[in-house]
Unconditional design. Structure first.
Length: 81
């Protein structure tokens, strides 16, 4: 289910979706991305896209999200039974 987009204070646009499923956080293997690091060093390093995956209550998730992204939780609640 699409949860739409938000624009964060720094100008970044974030798009989110919700899906229903059964997920073991310990089994998640994140993708990676490459970037030059350290800056201006000319060296490229690979980093994971996620630092951890875990199940959270809505209240705890709201505490951890960037404030502009909290609207995703509100939108999800509108569609939950």
């Amino acid at each position: 289910m699409p949860l739409g987009e938000v624009r964060q204070s720094g100008g970044k646009t974030v798009t989110a979706w919700a899906v229903e499923g059964d997920l073991d956080p310990a089994a998640v293997v994140p993708g990676t991305f490459r970037m030059k690091w350290p800056p201006k060093s000319g060296r490229t390093r690979e980093f994971p896209e996620l630092d951890r995956v875990e199940w959270l209550s809505v209240d705890r998730a709201r505490e951890l999200l960037v404030s502009a992204q909290a609207v995703f939780l509100d939108r999800l609640a509108e569609h939950s039974p």
